[in-house]
Design a protein around this ligand. Structure first.
Ligand code: ATP
Ligand code: MG
Length: 571
């Protein structure tokens, strides 16, 4: 980390982008000012990859006195952009814990300015209208070994090109009938420099400018200029933009931007995660193909999905800090993200009891009508800390798989004749197994040891297993949605076939349990309330929950069950 003296003190780890910013400040570049930006295209929801960019850009601005990070929507493509996406992106950035203050911008704010620049370039003979078909333009562009042909439009006078551009703007030409191109170098080995397209015609309504325009700037033309117009000092972007850099500079030369006021582009490696796809187009396919319930499906790597799943902004920020920022592409193990999540939830979630697949237990020697109101701490490691009352009575539910009629040797939980401890309550022993006509276990008749109240038997005998439970009469019913990884292979996109990645969807990524029982303290829990169900994992109340109809999402299991599967597979 740089030891820049006035930089705000915090615990964020350093990274090479931060180091470059610090060096620029020391040199007094941009008068010591630091302006970054996060420039999403509003054509989908933000995902965890975007979070890396948000944490980096907003993080840098936060660490510098007077630092600024703009939220700029790159809304140059009217056909794919929607207000819904703009609103969701704003909500997600805020939720992650960042604030753009007054610095909310849209590339469409600059349509007028960009048009002025373009007109000036045409007047200077630096841009021209190409009214050939897209196909012709492509065919005459050449390739790495062969220079492209010069377009006929290049030979027109500026006045002629200006008139044609005006007709494009007025809507007199159809979509695709003409484009505005900059006069680059058709022989350049950098194919991007071969007369790059600046404007295309799209008779489409724009979410902000309505029908005011039917020509729209290309991303490459709008992006660098937008940074420049906003006074961005450090334009931080992902590696695939390295080869756009010369073009961005060249455009800035054309519009006469002084060297000292130009943004410096810094590229970093985008986030890739195992078992996850992070391409917005692929995420769109998942949503529109109904492979998931929506953008905020808790299995999606979108911030909206992760929020609904029970991720916290703190966990995501901690993860982004931990993975760091580099200039080499790599794939991060998703278990690192899950680890950050467990670590955060472990520190914040109260421990409560829920039974997901209930089986009834009747304590035949427990007095009918008697109820123990057990004072149970929310954090077992702090027995004197905050607590709630958990009722215990004659009829209980325990987890069906905590019982086995014919247990193998090392099964220490409940079985006929065996003893177990019920958390915070007492020791019980199974006397009888009741079944229905089909042979399914319907009820366990047990006795409790009155001398074991609290869970410790008076005679000091060892009890190996402690089970969670709820009181049948007092428990609230709940639907529980058990979520798991959406893909069952590490690299879902590795296949050759176009739709092959969809065959890697995990068919067990969602299991719905309709008859779960939760302790009564959770009765009025509202959406977003996060808890640990003892022995089961972390869960959060889903927004689908209604008064009297609880719905819980499993955020994550207590342990990494996938690691066990992988280890077993190898052994
Ligand atoms: P996708 O490839 O998923 O469609 P994108 O780059 O087209 O993503 P944008 O809306 O343009 O999506 O992204 C906004 C910003 O977020 C860009 O600066 C981009 O570099 C950054 N970004 C996008 N995906 C990632 C990622 N996986 N890791 C880090 N940064 C990312
Ligand atoms: Mg993009």
């Amino acid at each position: 980390m740089s030891d820049d003296k006035d930089a705000k003190k915090d615990d964020s780890p350093g990274n090479f982008v931060w180091d470059l910013v610090c060096q620029d400040r020391e040199k007094g570049k941009h008068g010591g000012k630091v302006v970054t930006r996060f420039p999403p295209e509003p054509n989908g929801y933000l995902h965890i990859g975007h979070a890396k960019s948000i944490c980096l850009n907003f993080g840098i601005a936060q660490r510098v006195p007077g630092g600024q990070c703009n939220l700029r929507f790159d809304d140059t493509n009217p056909e794919t952009e929607e207000v819904e996406f703009v609103e969701s992106i704003k909500a997600d950035v805020r939720w992650l814990g960042f604030d753009w203050g007054d610095n909310l911008f849209f590339a469409s704010d600059y349509f007028g300015k960009l048009h002025e620049y373009a007109v000036a370039m045409i007047e200077a003979g630096a841009a021209y209208v190409d009214d050939r078909t897209t196909e012709e333009i492509r065919q005459t562009r050449g390739d790495f070994y062969k220079p492209g042909d010069e377009a006929p439009g290049r030979k027109r006078t500026p006045a002629e090109n200006l008139a044609l551009f005006e007709r494009m703007k007025k809507g007199e030409l159809a979509d695709g009938a003409a484009v505005l191109r900059a006069k680059g170098d058709m022989a350049s080995t950098d194919v991007k420099m071969r007369d790059p397209v600046m404007y295309r015609i799209r008779h489409a309504r724009h979410h902000r400018t309505g029908d005011a325009w039917c020509i729209y700037p290309m991303y490459d033309w709008a992006h660098g200029q937008s940074d420049y117009i906003e006074g961005v000092t450090h334009s931080v972007c992902t590696l695939e933009f390295v080869n756009h850099r010369p073009l961005y500079h060249w455009f800035l030369d054309r519009i006469g931007a002084p060297e000292a006021t130009r943004p410096q582009q810094i590229e970093f490696a985008r986030l890739n995660l195992t078992f996850t796809v992070l391409s917005k187009r692929k995420l769109q396919e998942l949503v529109y193909g109904k492979h998931v319930a929506g953008w905020d499906d808790p299995r999606m790597p979108t911030l909206a999905g992760m929020r609904r799943r029970g991720f916290t902004p703190e966990a995501i920020r901690a993860f982004c800090d931990r993975i760091g920022v580099s200039t080499k592409d790599s794939v991060v193990d998703v278990s690192l993200l899950e680890h950050a999540l467990r670590e955060d939830l472990n520190a914040r979630c109260p421990r409560v009891m829920a039974v997901l697949r209930p089986i009834k237990v009747t304590l035949e020697n427990f007095p009918e009508g008697e109820v123990w109101e057990i004072d149970a701490p929310y954090d077992p490691e702090k027995p004197d800390g905050p607590s709630r009352k958990v009722p215990f009575s004659r009829e209980l539910y325990i987890e069906a798989d905590d019982f086995m009629e014919n247990p193998p040797k090392k099964f220490f939980r409940l079985s006929p004749g065996a003893e177990v401890r019920l958390r915070y309550a007492c020791i019980i022993k199974c006397k009888e197994v009741k079944k229905d006509g089909a042979g399914n276990v319907t009820e366990l008749v047990c006795t409790y040891d009155p001398d074991s109240r609290g869970g410790t038997p008076k005679d000091g005998r060892k009890i190996k297993a402690t089970l969670h439970w709820v009181s049948a009469k007092h428990a609230a019913s709940a639907e529980v949605r058990l979520y798991d990884r959406l893909f069952r292979v590490e690299n879902p996109l590795s296949g050759e076939g176009k739709d092959e990645w969809l065959s890697h969807l995990n068919p067990s990524s969602l299991e719905v349990l309709a008859n779960a029982k939760v302790e009564p303290s959770l009765t009025g829990a509202i959406a977003g309330h996060a808890v640990q169900f003892e022995r089961l994992g972390y869960f959060v109340v889903d927004p689908d929950a209604k008064p009297g109809a609880l719905v819980f999402n499993r955020t994550i299991t207590l342990k990494d069950t996938w690691a066990n599967i992988a280890a077993k597979g190898e052994g």
